[in-house]
Each structure stands twice: as structure tokens, then as C-alpha cells.
Design a protein around this ligand. Structure first.
Ligand code: GLU
Ligand code: MG
Length: 489
């Protein structure tokens, strides 16, 4: 069972839902949230406790906010330590029977304080706030995460590809035919709208992409897809890794994020007068993301291992630029096939699946909102003062027009930026994204837009967790880092 419980959240309604689950053999419900290190954590409750969980929540320690990827813990200014409690409230709108885990259901949890309101460190609440900010402007984002993983036989810690067929080869689908079918069946029964499943470039690597949905739904879906792939893998004697880098030196797993912006008139990323058909608001949306991308890397590429994946010319988008259908630009503009304007979207390629999807998506929306608000302010000024008053106004942030402004994009880049000379890159204002987590954290700590959107507590905790991970892997060789995180994500 899956679907909305709207209008049925009273005690009787919830009892009915629990009885329905039990009738389908469900014994327990997994309530998940994603921590600041990007790991999905869980508390399970028997199905008979669903009503209590909805009304009172399930206790969870605030220490989880300061967990690192290896389960060691920090005590930071705003998080960690043994004292306190918060409550996990299952979102009944997303309650789903898990097809590959008979007897189990799943629901993403909102984390509330004991008094009831959202906990200030709750990533799902942070994302929801950004969605509301868009809604107040009459705007709506649709989003979807691509999920890449590599699969190896279970029971060993080293990685051996579970199939031998070539990149994108039909051979791989033949070799792992039942496994891949079971993934599609499980996801479909769980009402995940699968668009594609295919073998990826690296040995033993596959990808699932899903339809775009509202941002909170998209982040929930990225959790559900991964846990479903993991569960189906286990049933087939296999083990799935979603780590940014699974084999040192190879191509990594990305967690590309697709986004489009919609208003009353439809998709604002097509049929506009701007570059690649963007409308002015569509352009501002992308410009805001581009402007904050170095800082956003601390949310979207949040692990030390992330930077082992971020190698030029590996389709990971390591240059802060955008380009039409350019798979080496951090932001790939997709216009879609002729006659399908709704397909237009922007793909953030530099993100991976170590990211907490709620934080990564919320951060991207906060960045985009800054540019949308600037555009709105300029438009208001123009209406009030007339366009001639704007002529002397510096909206470029000091950069030449070709390098873009606070709500306009620079020239798109065609081709691999790695093939451009340093002079040409400088002329176009194209910089390499952070090359290590420390560089991303510095940009993140200096970013007041992200700080204001996250709130001081969450912003500080994320930075502390990143610094904790940097320290954890200080002096550790890349191959050893890959070994240590391979099965954590
Ligand atoms: N696996 C690549 C990455 O690390 C992406 C391949 C693709 O473009 O789908 O992001
Ligand atoms: Mg891919």
C-alpha cells in the first residue's frame, strides 16, 4: 500500500491504515531520516504502534545529527551529546509497503521537538521551507535524482563486478536479467515512476532514473529507490554500493539532480526569450544555483570520497559553468525533444549520493531563490521607476555581462571545459569547482545565503560534520578511503 492518507489521519483512519498493512502481512514499519553525513538512519516500530508514532512520534537521540560516516560522533556547538530527545513522525502520505522486504513498510520521518514543532536540525523541514518560499512567489519546482550504483557479489568487502558485460551493454541486462527485473517490479509496486534502467559506464554499474516530482517527494524517492535496490540486491546474493567512488581510479557513482521551475504559464525553463529558451525566471533560477555552486558542493558532494569522483572528463561536471546538453558542465541544460516543452530542465551533475538529498535540494532551492528575489526586486523597481532609471544600476556584481549577473547567466560552454586553456577559462569566468572537501566547506561557511536558509544551528552542524570527516581521513590514501566508505552508502 502506498498513497495519501489525507482526510484519514484521525485515530480511526490511522487504525484503518495499520489494519490494512497488517492484512497485507506487514509486521513493522521503518521510519527513516538522512543524517548530515548522508547516511539513512532508521527506527522501526511494530505496525500496531503506527497510531502512537503519528500522534506522539518515536524517540530519537539528537546525537545522530553529529554522526560521521564511520559512526563515530562529534559534539558540536548545536548538536551531539547524550542529552535530549526528538520525535520521528512518519509521513503517512508516503507510507509504502516494501516489496523486496516482505513484512515491512516504510515511511520517511519528520523530526519534531518534544514540544511539537519541526526540529531546527531537520533536513526535511528545511527543504519544505524552501518549497514554501517558492510557493509564496507562485512558483513550483519539480525535481528528480538519478541513482547510480555498482553491484558486487555479497559476502566480501572488496569489489568485484557482478557482471562482465561492457558499458551500456545488453550483455549486462542478460547476465542480471532477474535482478534488474525485480528492481523494476519492486519500484513500480511501490509507486515509483521509473523512467529508465540501464547499465552505466563502470564495470558492474547501473542506473535508475525516475519521474520528476515535488522536491520533498523527490528526496524521499531517492531514499526509497536506494533502499529498494539494496534490498533486491541482498535477495539476489548481491551487494550494492552507492558510494561516490567504489574502485580507486575508476568512474564514480553520481547522484545527478534534475530541476525545473513552473509558474502559472507552465515550465519556465522553456519557450522564453533567454538563452536556450529560458524565461527570465528560469534563467535566474539557474544563475542562482551557478553562483552558489562552490558552497553547494558541501551539501551535494559532501564527503572526502566525493572529491575522488570529481575528476575532469569523467562526466561528473567539475567546472562551474553551464552548457546545452554538455555532460562536462556542472549544470547541463536539457531542452528536451521538440514538442515536449515540459521536458526542459537543468541537471546538476557534480552531486553524488553521499549527499543528504533533502539538504542538497533545499540548498539548491535557497540559492535559486536568492536570484529570483533579486529579479523580483529589479522588476518592481522597473515598474515603479521606469526602465531608464535602471540603466546606471550595477546588477552585474562587478563582472562583465558575458560572465553573467546575479540573475543572468554567462555564455554557455560548448565542449569539455577541460580542453580550454587556462586563459580561455579565465576569459569566460569559468572556474574549477572545489577540488577537496575543505575547499567546499570554506565556501559553504562563507555563504550567508545558505546560512540564512539553513539557520545558524544546521549550517554550523553541517560544517562541523564536514570538518570531522576531513579529520577522520587526514593522511589516509585515496585507495584506503574508497575501501572504508564503499559499503557505507
Ligand atoms: N557516473 C558518472 C558520474 O560520476 C555519470 C555518468 C552519466 O553521465 O550518467 O557522475
Ligand atoms: Mg548516469
Amino acid at each position: 500500500m502506498s498513497g495519501s492518507a489525507d482526510g484519514a489521519n484521525g485515530a480511526d483512519g490511522i487504525r484503518g491504515i495499520a489494519a490494512g498493512l497488517a492484512a497485507h502481512g506487514v509486521a513493522a514499519i521503518a521510519l527513516t531520516w538522512v543524517d548530515n553525513a548522508g547516511l539513512t538512519r532508521v527506527k522501526g516500530v511494530p505496525v500496531g504502534r503506527l497510531g502512537h508514532a503519528v500522534t506522539h512520534g518515536v524517540g530519537a537521540s539528537p546525537t545522530f545529527d553529529a554522526f560521521l560516516v564511520d559512526d563515530s560522533t562529534l559534539v558540536t556547538r548545536y548538536a551531539g551529546g547524550p542529552v535530549g530527545d526528538l520525535r520521528l513522525r512518519p509521513d503517512l502520505g508516503r507510507l509504502t509497503r516494501l516489496h523486496a522486504q516482505p513484512g515491512w513498510a516504510w515511511a520517511p520521518a519528520d523530526r519534531r521537538t518534544l514540544a511539537g514543532p519541526p526540529h531546527p536540525q531537520d533536513a526535511r523541514a528545511f527543504l519544505r521551507r524552501q518549497v514554501r518560499r517558492l510557493a509564496r512567489r507562485g512558483l513550483r519546482c519539480l525535481a528528480g535524482f538519478e541513482i547510480e550504483w555498482m553491484v558486487s557479489p555479497a559476502g566480501r568487502d572488496g569489489f568485484t563486478a557482478a557482471c562482465s558485460g561492457p558499458a551500456y551493454g545488453m550483455t549486462r541486462i542478460v547476465e542480471l536479467s532477474d535482478y534488474l527485473r525485480d528492481i523494476v517490479v519492486a519500484l513500480t509496486r511501490q509507486r515509483v515512476d521509473v523512467l529508465q534502467i540501464h547499465p552505466e559506464y563502470a564495470p558492474g554499474q547501473f542506473e535508475v532514473s525516475v519521474a520528476a516530482e515535488d522536491p520533498v517527494g523527490a528526496a524521499d524517492t531517492s531514499v526509497l529507490v536506494r533502499e529498494t535496490v539494496r534490498a533486491v540486491s541482498a535477495r539476489h546474493g548481491l551487494r550494492a554500493s552507492f558510494a561516490p567512488k567504489v574502485v580507486a581510479g575508476g568512474v564514480g557513482n553520481g547522484g545527478h539532480l534534475h530541476l525545473s521551475l513552473h509558474g502559472d504559464g507552465g515550465n519556465l525553463m522553456s519557450a522564453g526569450a533567454g538563452p536556450c529558451g529560458l524565461t527570465s525566471r528560469g534563467e535566474a533560477f539557474v544563475a542562482g544555483i551557478l553562483r552558489h555552486l562552490p558552497a553547494l558542493m558541501a551539501l551535494g558532494a559532501p564527503s572526502v570520497a566525493s572529491y575522488l569522483r570529481l575528476v575532469p572528463s569523467h562526466w561528473a561536471g567539475v567546472y562551474a559553468c553551464w552548457g546545452l546538453e554538455n555532460r562536462e558542465a556542472a549544470l547541463r541544460m536539457i531542452t528536451g525533444p521538440a514538442g515536449e516543452p515540459d521536458a526542459a530542465n537543468i541537471e546538476v551533475k557534480c552531486f553524488d549520493l553521499a549527499a543528504n538529498p533533502y539538504l542538497a535540494l533545499g540548498g539548491v532551492l535557497a540559492a535559486a531563490l536568492e536570484a529570483l528575489e533579486t529579479l523580483e526586486a529589479l522588476e518592481t523597481l522597473e515598474t515603479q521607476e521606469g526602465p531608464e532609471r535602471l540603466e546606471g544600476l550595477d546588477v552585474s556584481g562587478g563582472a562583465p555581462r558575458s560572465a553573467g549577473g546575479p540573475c543572468t547567466l554567462p555564455e554557455p560552454v560548448a565542449g569539455d571545459p577541460a580542453s580550454l586553456s587556462p586563459d580561455e577559462l579565465a576569459r569566460r569566468g569559468v572556474r574549477r569547482l572545489p577540488v577537496c572537501l575543505a575547499e567546499a566547506v570554506r565556501a559553504f561557511e562563507a555563504d550567508d545565503v545558505l546560512r540564512a536558509a539553513l539557520g545558524d544551528g544546521l549550517h554550523d552542524t553541517i560544517a562541523a560534520v564536514r570538518r570531522g570527516e576531513i579529520e577522520l581521513f587526514d593522511g589516509v590514501e585515496p585507495a584506503e578511503i574508497v575501501e572504508q566508505v564503499r559499503w557505507r552508502y
